[in-house]
Design a protein around this ligand. Structure first.
Ligand SMILES: NC(=O)c1ccc[n+]([C@@H]2O[C@H](COP(=O)([O-])OP(=O)(O)OC[C@H]3O[C@@H](n4cnc5c(N)ncnc54)[C@H](OP(=O)(O)O)[C@@H]3O)[C@@H](O)[C@H]2O)c1
Ligand SMILES: [Zn+2]
Ligand SMILES: [Zn+2]
Length: 349
C-alpha cells in the first residue's frame, strides 16, 4: 500500500525524551478521512505510555489522542465529511463493529478496539501512531464533528479528559438531584467538575492541593475538601452518590468509600493496577456501596458530549504549548503543575 511520510514527535525508549521523527500514514482507503492536525491535547496516559508505566508499550511510540484538525482528503465512499471540515479524533480509531459492545455503541469495550496510538493498523500491518504529528488517516466512523462555536485548542481535551468523565456521569444518571465528588484536579478532574456542574449536580472536589481551591470553585465546584485533612474527610461521611477518582497513581480508596451515600459508587478512571492498601469491604456491605471502573466512552457518546459542550459553551482550560516543550510539560504534569490541560499547537512541528 502507498504511504505518506509525516513529521511526528515520539520516543524510542521509556527513559528517552520525546524528539522529532518521521512516521508513515496509510493511503486514504474508500472510507478514510485524512486530517491535518491543528491541536493535540496532552493526557497523563500519553506520559504513562511513553514511559511504559503499564508494561505494554511497543517502541517507537507517538502519543496523542485528543486530536482536532482539518480534513484534507476523503476516500470515495466517505459520506459524513468534506475537505475543509473541522473534525476531531479521540482514543479510538477502529473496532470489530460486530460484537455486542460495538452494536451497543460501546466500542471502547470491544475486545478488538484499536487505540489511536499503541493499537494495530491492519492496513499498514504496523502499530498505530497518535496525534503528536502533522496528520492522521482515520475511518470516517471514528471521526467526530466539532461544534462551530468552540475554541479549537480548548475543545481538544474533550476527546479524552472530557469523555472519560462524561461517560460515568451519564452511566450513573447524574442530574440536578445528584451529589458528585471528583478526586484530583488535573485534566480529567477539571472536566469532571465542569460537566457535572453543567448537568446540575452539586459538585465537591477532593484535592491534595489547597492552592487549587479557588480555581475549583471558579470551574463550578460547590465545595473543596483537602483529602489529607482527616477532620474534613470525616465530616464528609455518607454524602456522595458518585465519586469520580482521577488520581493516576496507587492510593488508598478506603477514606473515599466512607464519604459515599447508601447505594453510592466510586468509579476509578485514573489508576490502572492492583490497589494498595486493599479495599475494606465493611463499609461497602453496610451501605450497598460499589467500586467500579470506566474506560473513555464510545463514538456516539463522544459526539453527544461534543454537542453538549457546543450547546453549553464548555471547553477545557488550556495552556497551549509548542511541541518542542513536550518534555518539560511532562515534568510539570508529574508535579501536578498544569492548569488544567496542555494542548500542543501542531503548527510548531
Ligand atoms: N479510564 C480512562 O479511560 C482514562 C482516560 C484518560 C486518562 N486516564 C488516566 O487518568 C489519570 C489522570 O489523567 P489526567 O490527564 O487527568 O492527569 P493529571 O492532569 O496529571 O491530573 C491528575 C491529578 O491527580 C492528582 N494527583 C496526582 N498524583 C497524585 C498522587 N500521587 N496522589 C494523589 N493525587 C494525585 C492531582 O490533583 P490534586 O493536585 O488536585 O490532588 C493531579 O492534578 C491518568 O492515570 C490517566 O492515564 C484514564
Ligand atoms: Zn487520555
Ligand atoms: Zn467489537
Amino acid at each position: 500500500m502507498t504511504t505518506t511520510d509525516v513529521k511526528a514527535y515520539g520516543t524510542g525508549a521509556p527513559d528517552a525524551d520525546l524528539s522529532q521523527m518521521t512516521i508513515k500514514r496509510r493511503d486514504v482507503n474508500p472510507k478514510d478521512v485524512e486530517i491535518a492536525i491543528l491541536y493535540c491535547g496532552v493526557c497523563h496516559s500519553d506520559l504513562h505510555f511513553a514511559r511504559n508505566d503499564w508494561g505494554m508499550t511497543q517502541y517507537p511510540v507517538v502519543p496523542g489522542h485528543e486530536i482536532v484538525g482539518k480534513v484534507t482528503r476523503v476516500g470515495n465512499e466517505v459520506s459524513k465529511y468534506n475537505i475543509g471540515d473541522i473534525v476531531a479524533v479521540g482514543c479510538l480509531v477502529d473496532s470489530c463493529r460486530s460484537c455486542n459492545n460495538c452494536k451497543n455503541d460501546l466500542e471502547q469495550y470491544c475486545p478488538e478496539w484499536v487505540g489511536t496510538y499503541g493499537g494495530y493498523d491492519k492496513f499498514l500491518n504496523a502499530p498505530t501512531h497518535g496525534g503528536y504529528s502533522q496528520g492522521i488517516v482515520v475511518d470516517e466512523d471514528f471521526v467526530l464533528r466539532v461544534p462551530e462555536n468552540l475554541d479549537l485548542a480548548g475543545i481538544a481535551p474533550v476527546l479524552c479528559a472530557g469523555i472519560t468523565t462524561w461517560s460515568p456521569l451519564r452511566h450513573w444518571n447524574v442530574n440536578e438531584h445528584s451529589k458528585v465528588a471528583v478526586v484530583g484536579l488535573g485534566g480529567l478532574g477539571h472536566m469532571a467538575i465542569k460537566l457535572a456542574h453543567a448537568l446540575g449536580a452539586q459538585v465537591t472536589l477532593f484535592s491534595r492541593s489547597p492552592n487549587k481551591t479557588q480555581n475549583a470553585i471558579d470551574l463550578g465546584a460547590d465545595n473543596v475538601i483537602i483529602s489529607t485533612n482527616e477532620t474534613e474527610m470525616e465530616q464528609a461521611a455518607g454524602q456522595f452518590d458518585l465519586i469520580i477518582d482521577t488520581v493516576p497513581y496507587v492510593h488508598d480508596l478506603n477514606p473515599y468509600i466512607g464519604t459515599l451515600n447508601t447505594n453510592g459508587t466510586l468509579v476509578v478512571v485514573g489508576y490502572l493496577g492492583p490497589l494498595d492498601p486493599m479495599l475494606v469491604t465493611v463499609p461497602m456491605i453496610m451501605g450497598r456501596k460499589s467500586v467500579a471502573g470506566s474506560l473513555i466512552g464510545g463514538i456516539a457518546e463522544t459526539q453527544e458530549l461534543l454537542d453538549f459542550c457546543g450547546k453549553h459553551n464548555i471547553t477545557s482550560e488550556v495552556e497551549v504549548i509548542n511541541i518542542q516543550d513536550i518534555n518539560s510539560a511532562y515534568e510539570r504534569m508529574l508535579k501536578s503543575d498544569v492548569h488544567y490541560r496542555f494542548v500542543i499547537d501542531m503548527n510548531s512541528l
